[in-house]
Write a protein that binds this ligand. Sequence first.
Ligand code: B12
Length: 289
Amino acid sequence: MTDFFSPKEVATAIGVSESSLKRWVDKGLIPAEKTGGGHRRMSLDAVLKFLREQGRALSEPQAIGLPAESGRRPPSNDSDHHEFLRFLLCGDEPSARRIVMDAFLNGYSVAKIFDSIILPGFSEIGNLWHCGTLEVYQERRACEICSRVIHELRRAVGSGPPDGPVAIGGTLDGDPYTIASSMSEVVLRECGWRALSLGNMLPFNTLMKAVEIDRPRLMWLSVTSIRSPEQFVANFNVLFDTATSLGCVLVVGGQALTADIRPLLRYTTYCDNFRHLEAFSKTIIPREN
Ligand code: B12
């Protein structure tokens, strides 16, 4: 799916005339690029930014690739996570996407969406799986839906300014969990970083190379599963020393970084959740808007 839309498509999505839309573009309210043939083209993230700033509802969200019915409901609220969990459990992907896109259009930061809507659902999924109330396929399906929802938010926030500082991260060897790392990437992008998740199961040596070659200002690690704690602590501290000697901060989080293991590790900051990451990253790079 393309992430660029014509004035006609955006006008249909918002429910205004194409000429009004073109006027807004010409006034600079929605940044647009011109094609070789001189036609205006708007990126999805620019259109969404405009909608969030103006508090505008959507009339035909599908015209810009958003879930049907999104952008039309009252402000998001505290019970959204119950609904989101319900949709995850029954595999209703369009409704799960809609809840998340509505929260985004209502002005929630992606960190707030992750912490207050998606993550409470995931803890509950873990509990239900643990008590045997949930089939394995239902848990895996929820993970798949969640990955696609995160990807949709990734498109919605855009790729960050081309001169933004670089951030990279992932999970370590023996750690198959992917969701927290993907979420970290999107949170940092929204805060103006050129963030790229390197994926899961990364050996320490390759992360050391990534720091040396890509020279990020920030590296995040999500740690949910540790194979050998002694080896982990030794490797982790070498990685920290390498990163900081090259001017890179090391941000960590994850269920396996328990109160027993944390005092043995060197890192720049530990985050319990994504709003911590958002706040920390802004202390290094304040967003200009
Ligand atoms: C999805 C899932 C899986 C999937 C992951 C798929 C994928 N693509 O990632 C798969 C199938 C791989 C899996 C496998 C297993 N799992 Co599992 N899994 C989960 C589940 C349901 C969700 C985990 C998740 O990704 N949550 C989303 C993330 C974002 O949330 P989070 O991890 O809680 O992280 C929070 C913070 O720590 C922080 N954070 C985390 N990392 C970072 C990084 C940064 C930079 C920042 C800022 C913040 C941050 O942000 C979050 C906000 O609160 C949990 C349930 C739970 N309660 O967590 C069980 C859970 C973690 N799994 C569990 C188990 C037992 C297993 C298996 C052993 C099952 C088995 N018998 O095979 C294997 C082990 C695999 C391994 N080698 O380690 C247990 C672990 C119990 C324990 N502590 O030992 C849990 C808790 C389920 C339970 N209640 O029993 N699992």
